[in-house]
Structure formats: C-alpha cells, structure tokens
Design a protein around this ligand. Structure first.
Ligand code: GDP
Length: 451
C-alpha cells in the first residue's frame, strides 16, 4: 500500500497560524535530506534541539533562507516511526511551513500520504493496530473523556488485556497439542474439566470487556438524544436548559419549532447531539406537518428519546400515544413545568422546570445513565471501536464452540484445538497480527496528512 523505502515529509501541526509549526521528515534518507536543506553543515546531534536555518533549493535568484528553525534529529529506531526522523520547528505560518516542505522535497523527500507516519510506526512495531487506531481517536477527540479513553488505548491497556487472554489460550493449545502428539501413551497433559474451566475464565474476561463496549462506543462516538412531546409542553425550553443557553425559539404559540434544531453539547464528558423536534400533533399546516414527520424519523434513529410532558395540564391523547410509541425505546420521561400545580403524578418521570432550571441536573444524570448504564462515566479504558467488538465477539463464539467440544466425550481434541486457534486468530486481528491490506488502508485513511 505504501512504500517504506522513500523518505517522506509533511506538516505535522494543524493548518492555520500559530507560534510554531512542525514539519516532520521520516525515512532512510532523513539525515541527508536535512543536511541538504539546512544551513548547518555539521551533523546533527541525536535528540538535541539545534538552532539553524532552512534554505530553499537553488533558484535562478540563488539560494534564499526560508526561516530560522529548531531542528531535532531522532536516529532510527528511537523515533515515532522507528525510522530516521527529523523534526523541524519553524514559525507557524502556512506559507513558511509549505516552503520548508518544498525545500525537503527538493532535497529528496516526497510528500507523505494521510496516516503514513503512523503506518510506518505500525510496520516497524512501534505501535500495534489498536494503538494506531488510538492515535486517530486521540486526534479526533472532542471531549476530555474521549481523549482519556483513546490515550489509555494508546498506552496499550486493550493490547495488554488481549495479550493476557492470548497467552492463556496458547498455553491450552500447547498442552492439547502435546496430548495429541503422544496418543499411544494415553497420557493427557490436561484434563477436560480443567480445559473447560480455563476456557470459562477467558470467556468471562471477554464478556466483561464486551459489556463495557457500549460505554466505550458512547464515549467515542457520542449519542443522539431526541426531545419529543406535543406542542407547548416545553421541549424547546428543556433543550435550551440542557444546553445552558437559548438556542431554540421558545414561544407561547404552539407549533413554533417546525424543523429539527440540533446542537452538540457535553453531558458529564459524553458528547451528546440534542435534537429538538416539532411538537407532535395533528396539523393541517404543511410546514408544520413536515416538521412533525422529521421529528418522528429522528426519533427512529436516536440513541435516546426524552419524552417531555406538561405536569401542569392533564395528559392528552397525544401524550399517551407518544408514551406508547416510545415504550420500547431507551427513554427518559420528563414532567416539565413542575413549578406549576401538578395536574397528574407519575412514578419514574423526572420533575423539571425548564424555565427556572429545577431538576435539569437530575435530567442530565438520567440521560447519561440511560445511555451508558452508569451515572458518572468512569474514565477507564473500554473498547470503543466496532472492529474490536466484532473480533472479540468472534473470539467469544469460537470459545463457546471449544467449550462445547471439550465436554463431549466423543469429540476429538482436534476440534477443540481448531476452535481455540480460531479464537486466537480473532484476538490477533484486533492488534494487527494478521491483517489484510484493505483493512490497513481503511484504518490509515482516517488519518490526516502529517500523522
Ligand atoms: P415546545 O413547543 O414544546 O418546544 O415548548 P416551548 O419550550 O416553546 O415552551 C412553551 C411555553 O411553555 C413557553 O411559554 C414557555 O415559557 C413555557 N414553559 C416552558 N417550560 C416551562 C416551565 O418549566 N415552567 C413554566 N411555568 N412554563 C414553561
């Protein structure tokens, strides 16, 4: 997919202006490229910051100085990519950084493709696939919790868990193979009950990891929460109260919200996209009708529905219909306008007054709990990536088969072995031990140039 014989260059810092901008060069010729483009003639000292200048290539007007820079030389293998790397810190102007890149290209480097630095780190064993994916997640993180979870993954917490499980399976495989190799002696290196127990142990750990995956996914991808209710119950007011500022228009007239109003906010570290919908009611107004339909469609794809009811008024047929329609959904029921005299009581609803803020904190907690199963999100690692979940589920299925085969007296140990092997292949794919080129391309395409 990528050749790793070339020396590559790219701007490593985000586009735009800043105090500093960094250009990274990696590959076998990184040292030579640096020597050609820098004013300093003497070799660079490893891992030392050196103040020097970047020069342009020879032009008809001669050689110009591009910028004053600080250069750091990381000889292989002690660098991000595991190759020779030179990092050039220049002034953070796009024009200057592009000129530095140009100068590196004139000195023999080629422009890096998206994710190519991290891909080389993966090839050189500096990172496994889980960690490479964590780099992309870390860069994409929008909340501190997302960053924390991605960082744990980068530090190798999932990798370590998988390695521990794999070591246990490898030990079982070795013992079973030894038993198969010496059939005549009728000697068993391990008895079936023991194998079954140990497989159960691995399954249990896998289940814990998988159960935690829902939390991880919510943290990584965020959730969509739709606010539904009949007109005038206070949906827009609840929406604004959750956001902490007035985004949706609040009026006394029913039917003011005619389209979906969407805003992303953070609830206890969780990135939540709130959707305010048009009030649900029979209507002859075409625009309002379309708004109602959009609201219904949004509810269909939401991770959670917040059903808003007006506690100051008797429940209506529309309220009841919405209540029934959302019964099978993950939902939180809000009794809004609790500052008014209660016209009805209902267990399980959260009393809120959107206008004076009463109950909004409880509502936030209830939303987080309904989405993740916990009130306060733990900042420990949880798998957050569908690819990982699917592979771990595959390993779980293979182990289930192995477990069944062990307990059948007439099933040969070879079947157990085949299932254990299959489970190990799935675990290995998570960290990238066996991975197709297509998958690698797909993963590294998520990166931006310079990473
Ligand atoms: P929506 O049509 O469901 O989006 O409802 P709005 O948020 O536009 O609110 C409708 C009316 O109810 C407005 O006049 C709000 O000021 C009022 N309202 C909303 N929440 C409360 C509340 O908690 N208490 C009281 N007393 N009035 C509220």
């Amino acid at each position: 997919m990528f050749s790793s014989e070339d020396t590559i260059v790219a701007i490593a810092t985000p586009p735009g202006r800043g105090g500093l901008g960094v250009v990274r060069i990696s590959g076998p010729a990184a040292g030579d490229v640096a020597r050609r483009m820098l004013a300093r003639g003497a070799p660079l000292e490893p891992r030392h910051a050196t103040f020097t200048r970047v020069r342009s290539a020879r032009t008809p007007e001669g050689i110009r100085t591009v910028d004053e820079v600080v250069v750091t030389w990381f000889p292989a293998p002690h660098s991000y990519t595991g190759e020779h790397v030179v990092e050039v810190s220049a002034h953070g102007s796009p024009v200057i950084l592009q000129a530095v890149v140009r100068s590196a290209i004139d000195a023999g480097a080629r422009l890096a493709r998206p994710g190519e630095f991290t891909f080389r780190a993966f090839l050189n064993g500096k990172l496994d696939l889980v960690q490479a994916e964590a780099v992309a997640d870390l860069i994409a993180a929008a909340t501190p919790l997302q960053a924390r979870v991605a960082f744990d993954q980068l530090e190798g917490s999932l990798t370590t868990q998988i390695q521990t499980l794999d070591a246990e399976l490898l030990d079982l495989v070795a013992r079973l193979e030894a038993s198969l190799d010496f059939p005549d002696e009728g000697y068993h290196f391990i008895d079936p009950a023991d194998i079954a127990n140990r497989i159960d142990g691995v399954i249990e750990t896998l289940d814990t990891v998988l159960n935690d995956a829902a939390r991880g996914r919510m943290i990584r991808d965020g959730a969509t929460v739709v606010i539904a209710g009949r007109p005038n119950v206070g949906k827009s007011s609840v929406f604004n109260a959750l956001l902490g500022h007035a985004r949706a228009i609040v009026t006394e007239r029913a039917g003011t919200t005619r389209d979906l109003v969407t805003e992303t906010t953070e609830l206890d570290g969780l990135a939540v996209t709130l959707v305010d919908t048009a009030g649900l009611r029979e209507t002859i107004d075409v625009a309002e009708q379309e708004g109602v339909w959009r609201g219904i469609r949004a509810r269909g794809v939401a991770d959670l529905v917040v059903v808003v009811l007006d506690r100051g008024e008797a429940l209506t047929e529309d309220d009841r219909r919405l209540f029934e329609e959302t019964a099978v959904r993950r939902r939180v029921v809000v009794a809004n306008k609790c500052d008014r005299a209660a016209a009805w009581e209902r267990d399980g609803s959260i009393c809120v007054s959107a206008t004076n803020g009463v109950g909004i904190d409880q509502l936030r907690l209830a939303i987080v709990r309904a989405l993740t199963g916990e009130e306060h999100l733990r900042d420990t690692a949880a798998i957050s990536n569908v690819r990982h979940t699917v592979l771990l589920e595959g390993a779980r299925t293979s182990l289930d088969h192995a477990r069944e085969a062990v307990m059948c007296a007439h099933v040969s140990e070879e079947f157990v072995l085949a299932d254990l092997h299959a489970a190990r292949v799935s675990l290995g794919e998570v960290v990238g031990a066996h991975t197709s080129e297509d998958l690698l391309r797909h993963i590294f395409e998520r990166f931006c140039v310079g990473k």
